[in-house]
Design a protein around this ligand. Structure first.
Ligand SMILES: [Zn+2]
Length: 285
């Protein structure tokens, strides 16, 4: 009598256990896929080959294929960069989140970045890059943060060349990791007038990135994605809401008082304007 055909073993719950010791293991609801299991098991090796310093420390968030392309997302922990992370995920990218610890005065945002990365990112690097030695900004130096409203001109909260520095660092990680897309939450409508938030700057940086890198000159081109560029703050809130962003994870204030948003710096004002115009309550208040 012939034996009945063998069924593949039910390995649900063990598929991703090999990613890193002690990792929480989400039980997949889909039937076991040997292909997916092989891809997941190979991820630490791929990370190593890509120059990443080891296996992922966080579970891969649901609904992103392990064969999806990587993108480096500059993540400050604010409303804008968090919404950008959600957009990058919706576009099908696996996210490498990069937070620069530039010794900013409002260090609460680093905690916010960690909370957001836990939701969206496959890996999160917080890179210490102390810009306070340069000074020259109310965010890194002993200069008062303006609280009398958004004024014309470039305010003292401008950090010299910050987005050029941040994107350069992101470009380095992207090239090493095999990511060709960078995401940054710059916005040139409801913003503080920073020159390195304008589309001209972003286009120039993208050109530079493709001149400056091995990947770029070999034709494997980089793209700098700025999905918020033409959005108002209210648009950003609506987009985040559409994507299910938990705004309570985010932090925007430049100059918190007793661990709470001050309510009167430019960043607090722009955030409040965005939530008000979108008709969405701000859970961070
Ligand atoms: Zn504030």
């Amino acid at each position: 009598m012939p034996e009945p055909p063998k069924q593949p073993p039910d390995l649900r719950g063990t598929v991703v256990a090999g990613l890193w010791p002690g990792a929480p293991v989400p039980r997949p609801s889909a039937p076991f896929s040997p292909v997916a299991a092989l891809s997941l098991a190979a991820l630490p090796t791929r990370n190593k080959a890509a120059g990443l310093p080891g296996p992922c420390r966080r579970p891969i968030a649901a609904a992103v294929s392990v064969s999806a392309p990587l993108a480096v997302v500059l993540l400050s922990g604010g409303l804008d960069s968090t919404t950008v992370a959600a957009i990058a995920r919706e576009r099908g990218f696996r996210i490498l989140a990069l937070t620069i610890d530039y010794n900013q005065r409002h260090r609460i945002e680093l905690d916010a970045a960690a909370r957001v990365a836990a939701v969206y990112a496959e890996r999160h690097i917080v890179l210490p890059l102390d810009l306070s030695g340069f000074g020259g900004s109310a965010l890194t130096d002993a200069i008062d943060v303006p609280k009398s409203g958004v004024a014309p001109g470039i305010p003292v909260t401008y950090v010299p060349a910050r987005n050029t520095i941040f994107l350069s660092v992101a470009l380095g990680w992207a090239e090493a990791a095999g990511a060709r897309d960078l995401f940054i939450g710059v916005n040139a409508l409801d913003y503080s007038g920073y020159p390195d938030c304008r589309p001209e700057f972003v286009q120039a940086f993208e050109t530079m990135a493709n001149l400056a890198t091995k990947a770029g000159v070999e034709g494997d081109r980089f793209a700098v994605n700025t999905p918020l560029a033409a959005m108002t703050k209210a648009d950003i809130v609506r987009e985040g809401a559409r994507l299910g962003v938990d705004f309570g994870l985010t932090w925007s204030c430049y100059d918190p008082v007793d661990g709470r948003p001050c309510g009167s710096c430019d960043s607090c004002r722009l955030r409040a304007k965005g939530f008000a115009e979108a008709g969405v309550p701000d859970p961070a208040l």
